[in-house]
Design a protein around this ligand. Structure first.
Ligand code: AHR
Length: 503
């Protein structure tokens, strides 16, 4: 069969909206794991390091993305972490084993270094407390250290350690993946729900303005998925502001069509968690709405086999260093669209992670470069600001392991203030281009600014240090806005950003 141009249509109304975008949906994650911190964001002695050992080349790439929030310091790591080890004079900080990743943590980079780094990359912290091996006493001490201005044991310790002003960290994760048997201090839903309730309560006694994220399931495939969420919320409803979701996908069967359909699964996952939150709300006769924090999402599988061979109890091994290919970028784009289509409930999301460890940015001693997934993430953060329109896509579908999967995934965002309109669209058809039309008569006077296309003939194409621009966006020339109708061609297997503006 020859290649044909298929057709799809988008329907939007500028007054029928889903929600304003909470910019924290473009968050990311730095864990003390592999080379995320050491050799990633921090490498004293490197020719790229500033006076504090922070890598300037990495800062530049992160600033290009514009990451509004970064979750820290884990992940599985946090469930055995003693935050006190990571403050005070560096030479006195202990080296500890990290049982989660079976490495040695030197604590050379700690809380103050992280807070200093957040300023360089213009982001805000999303701090996790250890509810695995520790509990509410340490959670209380940590928030006292971070947020109390002074005059108490831990706040004065912070001042003595060089930070006169409080860190004022306002977003807190109550532990990490506590439903997972791999988690240090793994708990039942009842045990965790009670602990989260008490930790959140004491933390809010110390600072009433913080927001707390309670752990949902580690993935929707967990045997306790559903009952875990309901039980945890039942116990911790009053202190919980967001419930977390985590999900990673892989293409282990080398079936690209099924792999790209994983956004359907993500969509179902979000809908299910929203339903559970609303069920508990109804049972509690509460007026409070629990929103979602999708604080770990990405593709992760390429490095699984090589990670099994890594030496144990060393510092900063090459762990979880997935080299992302072009099809991964298509799925990441499609997942980003899925998050935006749920912007009414998903207020925070963290692409996991940010540097070297399952990350859009990679480093070596000689430079830093962009993986394929950098582009959809960066472009969404840069151009996906404003209000998400209820985007109805009329598209053919294909059969997948998750049922019918649309060939075209899309979302439209209007920015009233800037008089801009952005369409993000993925064409998942591996052979055929699509002609996409959209009635935009309500956007009279707007003009096409650009049509950026990420496409490669080879879905397995990657970016490497030697060939960093192998997969990179190019400008399309097939987009017209005439007589109120936008017409464009979405090339087969492509991520597209179509931008219009009035001026
Ligand atoms: O992001 C890598 C790991 O994935 C995190 O440490 C953990 O929370 C999840 O299982």
């Amino acid at each position: 069969m020859g290649k044909t141009v298929k057709k799809a249509q988008i329907f939007v109304d500028k007054n029928i909206t889903i929600s304003d975008v909470d910019r924290r949906i473009y968050g990311s994650f730095i864990e003390h794991l592999g080379r995320a911190v050491y050799e990633g964001i921090y490498q004293p002695g490197s020719k790229f390091a500033d006076e504090n050992g922070l890598r300037k080349d990495v800062i530049k790439l992160i600033n290009e993305i514009d990451v509004p929030v970064v979750r820290y310091p884990g992940g599985n790591f946090v469930s055995g972490f003693h935050w006190e080890d990571s403050v005070g004079p560096v030479e006195k900080r202990p080296h500890r084993i990290d049982p989660a990743w079976q490495t040695i943590e030197t604590n050379e980079f700690g809380l103050h270094e992280f807070m200093n780094w957040t300023k360089k990359v213009n982001t805000t912290p999303m701090m996790a407390v250890n509810l695995g091996t520790r509990g509410i006493e340490d959670a209380k001490n940590l928030i006292e250290y971070c947020n109390v201005p002074g005059g108490s044991y831990y706040s004065d310790m912070r001042i003595k350690n060089g930070a006169k002003d409080p860190f004022n960290i306002k977003l807190w994760c109550l532990g990490n993946e506590m439903d997972g048997p791999w988690q240090m201090g793994h708990k039942t839903a009842e045990e965790y729900g009670r602990l989260a309730a008490e930790a959140g309560r004491i933390m809010k006694f110390v600072d009433k303005d913080i927001e707390c994220v309670a752990c949902g399931s580690a993935t929707s495939n967990m045997p306790t998925f559903g009952t875990w969420e309901a039980t945890v919320l039942n116990e911790s409803y009053d202190v919980t502001d967001y419930l977390s979701l985590h999900m990673y996908y892989g293409n282990r069967d080398n079936n690209t069509k099924d792999f790209l359909a994983n956004s359907v699964d993500m969509d179902n996952f979000i809908k299910s968690v929203v339903s559970i939150c609303d069920y508990v709300k109804a049972v509690k006769r509460s007026n409070k709405k629990i929103n979602l924090s999708f604080d770990e999402w990405n593709v992760w599988y390429h490095s699984n086999e090589q990670d099994k061979k890594l030496e144990k109890w060393v510092t900063a091994p090459h762990q979880l260093e997935d080299v992302y290919n072009f099809e991964d970028a298509l799925l990441v784009g499609s997942m980003m669209i899925t998050l935006l289509r749920h912007a009414d409930r998903v207020k925070i999301a963290c692409l996991a992670q940010l540097v070297n460890v399952i990350a859009p940015i990679m480093t070596s001693d000689t430079g830093a470069w962009k993986q394929t997934i950098f582009y959809p993430y960066m472009q969404a953060s840069k151009y996906g600001n404003g209000t998400v329109l209820n985007t109805v896509v009329d598209t053919p579908v294909y059969e997948s392991k998750h049922g019918d999967a649309p060939y075209i995934d899309a979302v439209v965002i209007k920015n009233e203030e800037k008089e801009e309109l952005t369409i993000f669209a993925v064409n998942k058809d591996l052979e055929n281009d699509f002609e996409l039309t959209t009635d935009l008569r309500q956007f009279e006077g707007y003009k096409v600014v650009e049509h950026s296309i990420l496409h490669h003939d080879d879905v397995k194409a990657v970016n490497t240090e030697a060939n960093p621009d192998n997969v990179a966006p190019v400008q399309g020339t097939n987009t017209k806005f005439e007589n109120g109708t936008l017409t464009t061609i979405l090339p087969n297997k492509s991520w597209n950003v179509i931008r219009l503006a009035k001026n």
